[in-house]
Ligand binder design. Structure first.
Ligand SMILES: [Zn+2]
Ligand SMILES: [Zn+2]
Length: 200
């Protein structure tokens, strides 16, 4: 049995599109350690940025405020990303809107010589590809980590009535009569069917 093993040339990450919104060009730094560049841009959110119950809508603006600094091994990226969120309260299913701001920090090493060795030894290090860096994986991880796993419309949302599904936030006094004892329920049904013929 022969397994197809993709060679380095077929890795889609090795050819980044410099015009893609989340690809940052670092060539201006000229690989001179110490040189810096500020990048401020607003980009459309990629699909499924966030978690199932709370995410940045695809195409919604993500404000990036980044600082690139050339170091010996590559480019150190620091900065913030800010975006609006939409989701659903896990208790009452009402729409929830929120905002997320995350800190970004990552060392992107050059994809040759010393940098490549560093990247191989360390999973935490990302790689530049032709001096372009792909911000998307970093942004995704940071956003997911920053989100609450259980978004709520209000911290004390009472949720829905477990018996009838009524929204308890709209109707705080909502209550049901004490549940009927199942042993009597059968008799009650008889009563309704034959109201005039009670036997006791
Ligand atoms: Zn709620
Ligand atoms: Zn109810």
């Amino acid at each position: 049995m022969v397994l197809f093993v993709p060679g380095p040339g077929s890795d889609p990450l090795t050819s980044l599109d410099p015009r893609a919104p989340l690809v940052v060009d670092t060539r201006e730094l000229g690989r001179r350690p110490g040189s810096q560049r500020q990048v401020t841009r607003t980009v459309p959110a990629p699909a499924e940025l966030g978690i199932e119950v709370l995410m940045v809508p695809e195409g919604a603006p993500v404000e990036l405020d980044l600082r690139l600094e050339a170091v010996m091994e590559g480019v150190l990226l620091t900065g913030t990303a800010r975006a609006g969120l939409v989701g659903e309260c896990v208790r009452c299913l009402d729409p929830v809107t929120d905002e997320v701001e995350v800190d970004l920090q990552e060392l992107f090493v050059y994809d040759d010589t010393r940098g490549a060795e560093l990247a191989e030894d360390d999973d935490e290090v990302s790689q530049l590809h032709d001096d372009l860096l792909d911000l998307e994986p970093l942004l995704r991880d940071a956003v997911v980590l920053a989100l609450p796993f259980q978004p709520l419309c209000t911290p004390d949302c009472p949720g829905l009535c477990p018996e009838c599904g009524a929204d308890l936030k709209q109707d705080p006094d909502h209550a049901h009569d004490a549940p009927i004892d199942p042993r009597w329920a059968a008799l009650t049904e008889l009563d309704t069917d034959q109201p005039e013929r009670r036997t006791s």
